[in-house]
Design a protein around this ligand. Structure first.
Ligand SMILES: [Zn+2]
Length: 149
């Protein structure tokens, strides 16, 4: 993976130069590959970086899609993510004159992931079964899979 995609060279932004950013990146850099959450779609980012007197400003529009299991039937369900990321970095904090924003981007994306998701746009076909299951009186012996045989 080209780490350079996430690096801003502050030197190049001097004299009011605005750097345009438009990249589509494989989601590997997120390093998230779990049962509960994974990213398979590329991450598209578009925006700009520039300097003010004391700060580096980064404005990014980020689009991708996360994959989460449906809260009811567990089917992997895509959740589109569209997030605006604005970073303000003190120039005095970056003596190296380079800023790597991959970690900021990763954190911003993770914060947008919902805790629960339901497949079929919120009407999971298995919802009815689950509701039946939960409303079943406790003393009755319930065999939820008996009618599947
Ligand atoms: Zn479902």
């Amino acid at each position: 993976m080209n780490k350079d995609l996430f690096i801003i060279y502050i030197e190049r932004l001097k004299n009011e130069h605005v750097e345009k950013i438009e990249e589509t990146i494989a989601p590997d850099f997120l390093e998230i590959e779990e049962n509960e959450l994974s990213f398979k779609d590329p991450v598209h980012m578009k925006g700009r970086a520039y300097l003010t007197n004391k700060h580096l400003i980064l404005d990014l529009q980020v689009k991708t899609s996360a994959l989460l299991p449906c809260a009811i039937c567990n089917l992997p369900t895509p959740q589109p993510i569209e997030e605006k990321l604005t970073l303000t970095v003190e120039l005095s904090d970056t003596p190296s004159q380079v800023y790597d924003f991959s970690e900021d981007l990763r954190t911003a994306l993770l914060l947008t992931v919902p805790q629960f998701i339901e497949c079929e746009g919120g009407s999971c076909p298995h919802r009815k079964e689950t509701e039946k299951y939960f409303s079943e009186p406790k003393e009755k012996i319930h065999t939820p899979f008996s009618d599947l045989d």
